[in-house]
Ligand binder design. Sequence first.
Ligand SMILES: Cc1cc2nc3c(=O)[nH]c(=O)nc-3n(C[C@H](O)[C@H](O)[C@H](O)COP(=O)(O)OP(=O)(O)OC[C@H]3O[C@@H](n4cnc5c(N)ncnc54)[C@H](O)[C@@H]3O)c2cc1C
Length: 327
Amino acid sequence: MILAFTEHVDGAPTALALEALTMAHRLAEEMDTPLESLVVGPAGATAAGILASYGVTTLHVADDPRLDVYAPAAWGQTLVELVEESAPALVIGTASDRGSEVMAHAAARLRLALAANCIEITPGDPLLVTRQRWGGSLLEEARLKGEVKLITIAPHALTAEPLAARTDVTTRTWKPVLPEKDFRVRLRPEVQADTGKVSLAQARVVVGGGRGVGSSAGFVSLEELAGYLGGAVGCSRAVTSLGWRPHSDQVGQTGTRIAPELYIACGISGAIQHMVGCRAAKHILAINTDANAPIVAQADYAVIGDVQKVLAAVNAEVRKVKALPVG
Ligand SMILES: Cc1cc2nc3c(=O)[nH]c(=O)nc-3n(C[C@H](O)[C@H](O)[C@H](O)COP(=O)(O)OP(=O)(O)OC[C@H]3O[C@@H](n4cnc5c(N)ncnc54)[C@H](O)[C@@H]3O)c2cc1C
């Protein structure tokens, strides 16, 4: 059996969880074994409808009111309990912040190896994996041994693909045995930033700004273009370090990983830690004064020029095409 640890928001699996389930289902087919899923928290039971399109046959819902909010050790112990009782051949999670943390807790407690950030998996014993290291700048081929193998799937390593035929999902709800000490670290209330805007992780167009934008006020032209294109504004770490934008806007290794159709990178040099976060973009357009900036070599299109002048011209054209008043 393959067990997928499925992250969800109020019962809706996250986009990354669906990618991991797609990989898990492919492996389950190759290994001719069932795919089961763990969701934590009572709201997870509603995930069954979506999981039926990803080949899941059994949904394990860990139900304890204390699990309603995120508590890394308790969530990890929940996974440990299920692994110990069901002995899956493989446990697959996402390499999101939360997925990585829960899987690491489980691996440490089970004393099992965990291969993080995998992009390819070949079944067998040992299991062969290709995984991203150093923020994706290096690909490592590794062999994983052990009765149970733990794996996280790198974000955007593949596209989530629901199946044409739905499975019948059996839902099993149980209360794991969790000591109070596993709740010493718990998430305090979560504050959602600017819910009216398109989220960076989901946006089809992202207009990102770097140090070359010049100031926080310089982002007005990026906001304008993102608004016209129904997109979101992102930024580099130089920008968050300067306090021009909040960390929630940061794209990269220590920020959000984006996968838009188009990423417009304005005044961003293209450091490896930034590119890790935008390499899943289908197309990159760089606007930069320096034709030798690393991002120019990695972009599909580049405009060499001052970002504010270029954006002023682009916004004016878009306004004309959309017949909008001067913004
Ligand atoms: C552990 C670690 C984690 C990190 N994580 C991240 C991360 O998650 N995300 C991230 O972004 N970085 C991250 N960094 C930082 C990263 O290494 C770079 O320092 C950062 O990305 C640079 O930001 P930048 O491109 O905006 O600035 P710079 O490197 O200073 O580049 C500015 C660019 O703007 C251009 N420019 C200047 N003026 C103009 C103008 N008027 N018009 C057009 N172009 C102009 C310049 O030619 C240059 O290419 C991390 C670093 C470390 C060590």
